[in-house]
Design a protein around this ligand. Structure first.
Ligand SMILES: NC(=O)c1ccc[n+]([C@@H]2O[C@H](COP(=O)([O-])OP(=O)(O)OC[C@H]3O[C@@H](n4cnc5c(N)ncnc54)[C@H](O)[C@@H]3O)[C@@H](O)[C@H]2O)c1
Length: 299
């Protein structure tokens, strides 16, 4: 997809962070906008900001719920007559130890990071096929979609799933000879956003669970290191431009921080290790744990 003038773009998690930057980038290219988010206040202020640049529909949506995503698709088509570009972008991160994380917390992260992509594909792709005009589906996975770190159980498993599902979408469109829909999966490294405050969207029943990650010194150090990384990360606007370049080039992947050789070496070692049945983690994880031991464990 190269021409966005008059197109209709839907962005989940569009009230902040990367989602808002993607919405602005789409609008700058002449697209009409639909933004969806769980947080009503943030959605209202994003809608007000974006409305200065063109027509915007804001729909309060919980992407973990199939009926919400279906209602989002229906609202977009009712308002603008079609949808050309879908960003499955909404996502949450909360660190945790795999055996201590509650079943409810696993379900929350699976719902927001993984089932959201299922719902997005099921609600939007049939409409795009029926439209027959140029369309594109983008999933925002993560560098954690091709790597795993200690403390990342819910995040990595769901981002791996989001990657595999989006690759499945590309393969199925090719196999079913659907010519009008492109697919891109984004695997960002650290980028500036509100990702490190999961409290803002965790269900009320999970607030204590999510806060409990700070009782574990390894997780606290990890969170501090990640907060610092996100604050110093790629500006969301730059990442959004990289994503649009990939859409224009019909590229399947946007890789993590292109300039971060350490992340690239880690991802390559894991991929090669998996293909050859070799555990590639020890040197990388030992180095990470050494770094974490040097991070003050209080905030
Ligand atoms: N920031 C990073 O360093 C980074 C790195 C890799 C991947 N990502 C991914 O980028 C995407 C965007 O995240 P971000 O970094 O901009 O974080 P963010 O927290 O700033 O934005 C995420 C948005 O999703 C919304 N959201 C959360 N739960 C929702 C739900 N159930 N339904 C609808 N909306 C919901 C939030 O309200 C928020 O506006 C996520 O999928 C995230 O996993 C971010």
């Amino acid at each position: 997809m190269k021409d966005f003038e008059g197109a209709v773009t839907v962005v989940t998690g569009g009230a902040g962070g990367l989602g808002l930057a993607l919405a602005k980038a789409a609008q700058a290219r002449g697209s009409q906008l639909v933004i969806a988010d769980l947080r009503e206040d943030a959605l209202e202020s994003a809608e007000a900001e974006l409305s200065a640049g063109g027509e915007v529909l804001a729909v309060r949506t919980d992407v973990s719920q199939a009926e919400d995503v279906e209602a989002l698709a229906a609202a977009a088509v009712q308002r603008f007559g079609k949808v050309n570009l879908l960003f499955n972008n909404a996502g949450v991160f909360a660190s945790g130890v795999s055996w201590e994380t509650s079943a409810e917390e696993y379900n929350w992260v699976v719902g927001v990071n993984q089932l959201s992509v299922v719902h997005g594909i099921r609600s939007f792709v049939p409409r795009m096929i029926a439209q027959g005009d140029e369309c594109h589906v983008v999933t925002v996975s993560s560098g954690a979609g091709i790597t795993v770190n200690p403390g990342f159980c819910t995040y990595s498993m769901t981002k791996h799933a989001a990657l595999a599902l989006t690759e499945s979408l590309w393969l199925d469109l090719r196999a079913q000879e659907v010519p009008n829909i492109g697919v891109t999966v984004v695997l960002p490294g650290m980028s500036r956003s509100g990702i490190m405050t999961p409290e803002k969207t965790a269900p009320p029943t999970l607030q204590d669970d999510v806060a409990r990650r700070r009782d574990n010194s390894m997780l606290t150090s990890l969170e501090l290191m990640m907060q610092a990384g996100v604050s110093a990360g790629l500006p969301a606007e730059e990442l959004a431009e990289r994503v649009f370049t990939a859409i224009e080039e019909d590229a399947l992947y946007v890789l993590p921080a292109h300039d971060d050789e350490g992340s690239r070496a880690f991802a390559t070692a894991i991929g090669t290790g998996r293909a050859n049945g070799v555990n590639a983690y020890p040197p990388f994880v030992d180095a990470l744990l050494d770094t974490l031991r040097g991070v003050p464990a209080n905030d």
